[in-house]
Design a protein around this ligand. Structure first.
Ligand code: CO8
Length: 256
């Protein structure tokens, strides 16, 4: 039984809802463990094609739990190794969409940045306020933001610790779509359903190739892309997609 999240599914889409509203979904370690365990469970579940992570109307998540971190020392952190669980998110091969209403700050912003696509309310607020607490982002924030917006803009935002609006985040390529607050869930589920109708093997191979592009040389990245391109031709969905096109009918993708 999860203490800090709620879980449900709608057709092929599995949803993890952060559920600690009294502290704006501040992420304690147990909550992060629960979120990641659920993502892994959806990854194994053959009836789930797309995963959505969302908060509530006030906050996606306002950061790591400051009270829990207060007395940490370098040694307690070294022994707890709190980021090992975060690394597991990058191993999930199914598409993960973040639906962001309200605050996505610090570790909450990092959780959204671990997702593949981010859909946000026009009044959502993104930022890394850690500097104001005498620390800095720790779950990948400096890396994700720099890759998205470049060194100078990333330094400016992370140094000043100010929040950016959804439209600013959109203009810097940090998020995908901005919609009215009351439409965030609807738009995210619509996008999730649109992806769920596409061939899962292709989505999976594309995700791997695009992620590799961020971390490797063009030549190495092209090799991964090529391997995945060949691999796609081992799927029944490739035959189905191409036959359907030539037969002028809509395809039905089975995920194999
Ligand atoms: N941790 C613990 N409690 C929090 C947090 C948090 N990050 N954010 C909000 N809360 C609590 C508040 O203490 C308050 O509790 P109470 O009602 O008991 O006083 C309740 O949530 C509601 O918050 P506010 O009253 O402050 O609500 P406001 O609308 O006035 O303000 C803000 C909203 C601006 C979001 C404000 O709450 C705030 O500044 N929160 C802290 C944001 C922050 O600094 N986040 C970064 C934290 S550090 C971090 O994330 C490091 C990441 C490292 C990796 C992650 C590992 C897990």
């Amino acid at each position: 039984m999860s203490k800090f999240i709620q879980v449900f599914s709608e057709d092929d889409v599995g949803v993890v809802q952060l559920n600690r509203p009294e502290v704006l979904n501040a992420l304690n370690r147990e909550m992060v463990e629960e979120i990641v365990a659920q993502l892994e469970s959806f990854e194994r579940n053959e009836s789930i094609r797309i995963i959505v992570v969302k908060g509530n109307h006030r906050a996606f998540a306002a950061g790591a739990d400051i009270e829990e971190m207060l007395e940490e020392t370098p040694l307690t952190l070294e022994l707890l190794n709190p980021f090992a669980v975060w690394d597991k998110i990058s191993l999930i091969k199914k598409p993960i969409l973040a639906a962001v209403n309200g605050f996505a700050l610090g570790g909450g912003f990092e959780l959204a940045l671990h997702c593949d696509l981010i859909i946000a309310a026009e009044d959502a607020k993104f930022g890394f306020p850690e500097v104001k607490l005498g620390v800095m982002p720790g779950a990948g924030g400096t890396q994700f933001l720099t890759k998205a917006m470049g060194r100078r803009k990333a330094l400016e935002w992370i140094w000043l610790g100010e929040s950016m609006s959804a439209n600013e985040a959109l203009s810097h390529g940090v998020i995908n779509r901005v919609v009215a607050p009351e439409l965030v869930e609807e738009e995210t589920m619509r996008l999730a359903q649109q992806l769920a109708a596409l061939p899962p093997v292709s989505l999976r191979l594309i995700k791997e190739a695009v992620h590799v592009a961020e971390d490797t040389s063009l030549q190495e990245g092209k090799q991964v892309e090529r391997k995945n391109f060949y691999l796609a031709f081992s799927s029944a969905d490739q035959k189905e997609g191409m036959h359907a096109f030539l037969e002028k009918r809509p395809p039905t993708f089975k995920g194999v």
